[in-house]
Design a protein. Structure first.
Lengths: 325, 290, 256
C-alpha cells in the first residue's frame, strides 16, 4: 500500500480531487491543440507548480515558515540569465551553477535561521527574500538593476534549442510532473515521514531519535532546490528577468497558490498553482487590480477554506469529516 | 566630514523615532493578542496619504486634516480586526496564517489606495515653516523637533494609559492571561479591537509626522512595516520603550550606512541588523516583556 | 545489573529546586515506578534523564555510559525512549505512519532512497510489516489508516506506546501512561506493561494510579519536593513511614 505514489492513492479516495486532475489534464491537452495565449499561461503555471511544490515540502510537510524562497529563485535565475545572455554559457551549465549558488546560500543562511521559530522565523526568511531583491536592484553592474536583463536564450543543449511554444510547454509540464512525483515520493518515504513528524511534534520526533535540526535543514535545501529550478526555468521561458520577477508579488502569488490548493498535500500545490495561474490576466504585466484580487482571495480562502482544494470534499459532505471517528 | 556624520545621526534619530512609533504599534497588538500585524505599514501610509488628500483636495487646514486622518486610520484598523483578524481568531488559525492574512490585507489596502488616488507621490508641508535650528554646525529642522516631541508624548501617554486607566489595565490583563481576563469580565474581543485601533492610530500618526520630510505614496507601507518590525525586535518584542530605542538605533545605523557606504546600502543595512538580532539576540536590547 | 543510574541529579530553576540530588538505580529488567505527589519533580526528572533538560548537577548513566547533557535524539539512539505526559502524536500522519516513524532509528534511507521508489519498495515493506505487528499487539491494527488525530484518547496513549516500542528501546520511559484512561483501559494497560517487561524491555514509569503501580511495578521510587524519599519493592515502600507521612497516610494504606 505505502509504496504506491500518494497522488494516485489520494485521488482514488477523493472523487473531487480526481475530477480536478482529469480537468487539469484535459486543459493541458486542449491548450496544446488550440494554441494561442493560453500556452504562455500554462507555461507560467508549470513553473509555479515547481516552486510551490518545493515550498510545500518545507512548509506543508515539515510545518515550517518561509517568506523568502523567492531569494533562491532569484539567485539561480539571475545566474542563468547573466551567464547565458552575457557570457554565452550553455543553459544547462549556467543553471547548474545557479542551482549550486542557491543551495550554497540556503545552507549558509539555513543554519542560523532554522533555529528560530514562529514569527521570528517568518521575519528572518522575509528579510532574506528582501535582501535578495535589494541585491538584484543595487548590484547594477551584474544585474542591470531595475532595467533587468533581456535577450536570454531559450533552453537547449548544444545546437538544438527549444524554440516552439508547444515544445517548451511540453518540456515545462514534464519538469513539473517530475517535480510533483518526486515530492510525492518524498512524502511516502522515511524522509517525508520524518518531516511530517517534525511538524507534528518536535519533542516526540527527537525522543524517537530524529535529529530535528538536521532534517529541517534538509527540507529547506530541497525546497531551495525546487525554487532555484523554477527561477532558472523562468528566465529561459520568458527571455527576460528583472528584480520584480522575484519580488513580493512572487511570494504572495505562491502563497495564494499554496493555500488555494491545500497546504500539506502534493496534489494541492500542483492544482493550486494551475488554478491561480489560470485566473485572467495572470501573466500580463503586474496590473493594479491583479494584486488586489489576489490579496482579497487569499484572505477569503484563509478564513473559509484553509484546507484549500485538497479538502473540498470535506467541505461538502459532513459525513466524510467524521470518517474514522 | 564630522559635520556630515553628525547631521546624519540627527536625521537618523528623527526617522528612528518614526520607526519606533510603528514598532510600538506592533507591540500593542502583539501584547494584546500575540499576533504580528503585517498591515501596520499600511496605517503609516494612510496617515500621510489621507492628511495630504484632506489638505490638498478639500482645503482642510493641516492640524485638523491630521486629526481627521489619524481618526480614519484608526477606524481602518478596527475594520481590519473585524473583517480579517477576528474570523481567523475565532477559527484558531495558526500564527502563520494570521501573518499571511495581514500581509494580504496590507496589499489590498495598498492597491486600493493606488486605484483610488493614483501612484503620484504626495507630500505635506512642514508643520512650522521656520528655518532650522543650528547646533554646533548641525541643522535641526523644526519637523525633527515635532517628531521627537510627539514621540516623547506618545511614550508618556501610553505609559500612563496602560498603568493608570481602567481600559489600559484591562488591555494589559488580556495580554498577560486572556482566559483569566475573560473570567474577570473583561470583554476580550473588544480589547482586541481597541488594540488594533490604538495601533493603527500610532501608525497613522507616524505617517503624518514623517511625510513632511519624505514623500508618501501607495507603496511606502511595506518598508515602514519592516522598519517598525526591526525596531520592535531590536528593542525587545513587546516593550514600547524598547521599540522606540530600537527604532532610533535602526535609524542612526541606516543613516550612517548611507553616509559611509552609499545610498545603495540603506535597506541592506536595515535587513542585516534584523538578521543579526534574530540570530544572536532575538530577545532584543531590553529583553522581551513579561 | 543497573541499566540506568542517576547520581546526585539536581535540577534548579532559579531559586526553585525541582529535583534535589536524586540518586536512583533502575534495573535492566522489570517495571520500576516513580511516584510522588503533584509537583514532586517527576516529569522534570524524566526531562533530565531523556535529555530534554540538562541537570544543574549530577550525572546520568545509561548502559554504563555517561549520557548527561546529551541531546534527546542521541539518547534515543542508545536505547532510551520516552513518552510524554500529554500524548504527543504526529496528528497529520496516519496511525500506521506514526509507528513507522518509531522505526526511524532502525531503518535507513534519505533523499536518494525517497526518489527511487523501486529501491525503497523492499525496505518499506519490511517497515510496514514490523509496524503492523506492533499495532496488532496493542489492538490498533484496524485503525491503521486513520489520522492519528481522530483517535479517542485511550487509543492515542496506546499508539504512543506502540510507537515508542517500534524504536526497540532497552529502557522505556512512560510519563503517566494511565492518565485519562478508564478502568477497562487501565487494566489492559497493566497487562501490556507486564508483557513489555517480559519481552526484555525495562520500563520506568511515572504514575499516580496506585493500584496500577502496585500491580505492575517490581520496584518503586518515591519523590517528594524533588527529593528521593524511598526506593524498594512496592510493599517496602508502602510501609515506609516517611512515605506514609508524605502522602498523609491515606492513599497508600487504602490500596494495601
Amino acid at each position: 500500500m505505502s509504496s504506491r505514489v500518494s497522488i494516485w492513492h489520494d485521488a482514488r479516495r477523493d472523487p473531487a480531487l480526481l475530477v480536478l486532475w482529469v480537468l487539469a489534464a484535459a486543459l493541458v491537452v486542449y491548450v496544446f491543440i488550440t494554441g494561442g495565449y493560453l500556452i504562455a499561461v500554462l507555461q507560467f503555471a508549470a513553473i509555479y507548480v515547481i516552486f510551490v511544490t518545493g515550498l510545500n515540502i518545507f512548509m506543508g510537510y515539515a510545518g515550517q515558515v518561509s517568506f523568502g524562497h523567492n531569494a533562491f529563485a532569484a539567485i539561480s535565475g539571475y545566474t542563468s540569465a547573466v551567464l547565458t545572455a552575457n557570457h554565452g554559457w550553455e543553459p544547462i551549465a549556467a543553471g547548474a551553477l545557479g542551482l549550486s549558488g542557491a543551495l550554497a546560500c540556503a545552507l549558509i543562511v539555513g543554519y542560523p535561521t532554522l533555529r528560530l521559530r514562529g514569527h521570528y522565523l517568518a521575519m528572518a526568511t522575509l528579510a532574506i527574500g528582501l535582501i535578495a531583491y535589494e541585491v538584484a536592484v543595487q548590484w547594477g553592474s551584474v544585474t542591470q538593476g531595475y532595467m533587468g536583463i533581456s535577450g536570454i536564450p531559450p533552453l537547449g543543449i548544444g545546437g538544438w534549442t527549444v524554440t516552439s511554444d508547444r515544445a517548451l510547454l511540453v518540456l515545462l509540464i514534464l519538469s513539473a510532473a517530475l517535480a510533483v512525483l518526486a515530492a510525492a515520493g518524498i512524502r511516502r518515504s522515511r524522509l517525508g515521514r520524518a518531516f511530517v513528524a517534525i511538524s507534528g511534534s518536535e519533542d516526540a520526533a527527537r525522543a524517537l531519535g530524529i535529529d530535528v535540526a538536521h532534517y529541517k535543514l534538509i527540507a529547506f535545501l530541497i525546497s531551495a532546490f525546487y525554487a532555484g529550478v523554477a527561477g532558472s526555468l523562468f528566465v529561459h521561458a520568458v527571455g527576460f528577468v528583472s528584480p520584480e520577477v522575484y519580488g513580493l508579488h512572487m511570494v504572495v502569488l505562491a502563497f495564494t497558490m499554496l493555500y488555494v490548493g491545500g497546504i500539506g498535500t502534493v496534489a494541492g500545490s500542483a492544482l493550486g498553482a494551475m488554478v491561480v495561474a489560470l485566473l485572467p490576466e495572470t501573466i500580463r504585466a503586474l496590473s493594479d487590480y491583479q494584486d488586489l484580487a489576489y490579496g482579497a482571495v487569499l484572505i477569503v480562502i484563509l478564513i473559509y477554506a484553509p484546507g484549500g482544494l485538497a479538502s473540498l470534499s470535506r467541505l461538502w459532505s459532513p459525513k466524510r469529516r467524521t470518517e474514522g471517528a | 566630514m564630522l559635520e556630515l556624520v553628525g547631521q546624519s545621526i540627527a536625521s537618523g534619530v528623527a526617522i528612528g523615532c518614526v520607526y519606533g512609533l510603528v514598532g510600538i504599534g506592533f507591540c500593542v497588538i502583539y501584547n494584546g493578542s500575540g499576533i504580528v500585524n503585517f498591515a501596520q505599514g499600511a496605517f503609516v501610509m494612510l496617515g500621510g496619504m489621507l492628511t495630504s488628500v484632506a489638505l490638498k483636495t478639500y482645503g482642510i487646514p493641516l492640524p485638523v486634516a491630521a486629526v481627521i486622518a489619524v481618526a480614519l486610520v484608526s477606524m481602518v484598523g478596527v475594520v481590519l480586526e473585524r473583517v480579517v483578524v477576528r474570523p481567523l481568531w475565532n477559527r484558531q488559525s495558526t500564527m502563520f496564517v494570521m501573518i499571511l492574512a495581514t500581509l494580504a490585507a496590507q496589499i489590498v489596502i495598498e492597491r486600493s489606495t493606488l486605484i483610488a488616488i493614483g501612484d503620484q507621490p504626495r507630500t505635506l508641508p512642514m508643520f512650522t515653516d521656520i528655518p532650522p535650528l543650528r547646533l554646533t554646525g548641525i541643522a535641526i529642522s523644526y519637523q525633527f523637533l515635532w517628531i521627537l516631541g510627539c514621540s516623547a508624548l506618545v511614550i508618556a501617554g501610553l505609559a500612563w494609559f496602560f498603568a493608570s486607566t481602567k481600559i489600559g489595565k484591562a488591555m494589559r490583563a488580556c495580554s498577560i492571561n486572556r482566559d483569566a481576563a475573560a473570567l474577570q469580565g473583561i470583554p476580550v474581543s473588544r480589547m482586541l479591537a481597541l488594540s488594533f485601533a490604538l495601533s493603527a492610530a500610532l501608525g497613522g500618526l507616524a505617517g503624518v509626522l514623517v511625510t513632511p520630510t519624505q514623500y508618501t505614496a501607495f507603496n511606502v507601507g511595506i518598508p515602514y512595516a519592516i522598519s517598525g518590525f526591526i525596531a520592535a525586535i531590536v528593542g525587545g518584542f513587546g516593550r514600547p520603550l524598547g521599540a522606540l530605542l530600537g527604532g532610533i538605533l535602526l535609524g542612526v545605523a541606516q543613516a550612517l550606512a548611507v553616509v559611509l557606504l552609499g545610498a545603495a546600502f540603506k535597506n541592506v543595512a536595515a535587513l542585516s541588523i534584523l538578521l543579526l538580532f534574530l540570530f544572536f539576540r532575538p530577545t532584543g536590547l531590553l529583553g522581551t516583556a513579561k | 545489573m543497573n541499566l540506568l543510574r542517576l547520581d546526585g541529579v539536581t535540577r534548579q530553576f532559579g531559586g526553585l529546586i525541582a529535583v534535589d540530588a536524586v540518586s536512583l538505580d533502575v534495573p535492566a529488567e522489570g517495571v520500576t515506578a516513580v511516584i510522588g505527589p503533584n509537583g514532586a519533580g517527576k516529569t522534570t526528572l524524566f526531562n533530565v534523564i531523556s535529555g530534554f533538560m540538562a541537570p544543574s548537577a549530577g550525572r546520568v548513566m545509561f548502559a554504563g555510559q555517561h549520557i548527561t547533557g546529551l541531546p534527546p535524539e542521541a539518547i534515543a539512539k542508545r536505547g532510551l525512549v520516552r513518552t510524554f505526559q500529554l500524548a504527543q502524536l504526529f496528528e497529520n500522519l496516519t496511525v500506521l505512519e506514526n509507528v513507522k516513524v518509531g522505526r526511524h532509528l532502525h531503518t535507513t534511507g534519505g533523499l536518494l532512497t525517497a526518489l527511487m521508489p523501486f529501491r525503497a519498495a523492499h525496505s518499506e515493506t519490511v517497515v510496514e510489516e514490523a509496524s503492523l505487528a506492533l499495532l496488532r499487539n496493542v489492538g490498533l491494527a484496524s485503525q491503521q489508516d486513520m489520522l492519528a488525530g481522530v483517535l479517542p484518547y485511550g487509543q492515542k496513549r496506546l499508539l504512543e506506546i506502540a510507537r515508542a516500542l517500534a524504536a526497540e528501546p532497552k529502557l522505556l520511559l512512560l510519563d503517566e501512561p494511565a492518565a485519562g484512561l478508564n478502568r477497562d483501559e487501565t487494566t489492559r494497560l497493566a497487562s501490556l506493561l507486564r508483557q513489555i517487561a517480559t519481552s526484555g524491555v525495562a520500563v520506568l514509569l511515572i504514575e499516580h494510579d496506585m493500584s496500577l503501580v502496585m500491580n505492575v511495578a517490581d520496584r518503586v521510587a518515591v519523590l517528594d519536593f524533588g527529593k528521593l524519599l524511598a526506593q524498594g519493592t512496592p510493599r517496602d515502600v508502602q510501609l515506609n513511614p516517611d512515605v506514609i507521612a508524605a502522602y498523609l497516610g491515606t492513599a497508600l494504606a487504602a490500596h494495601a
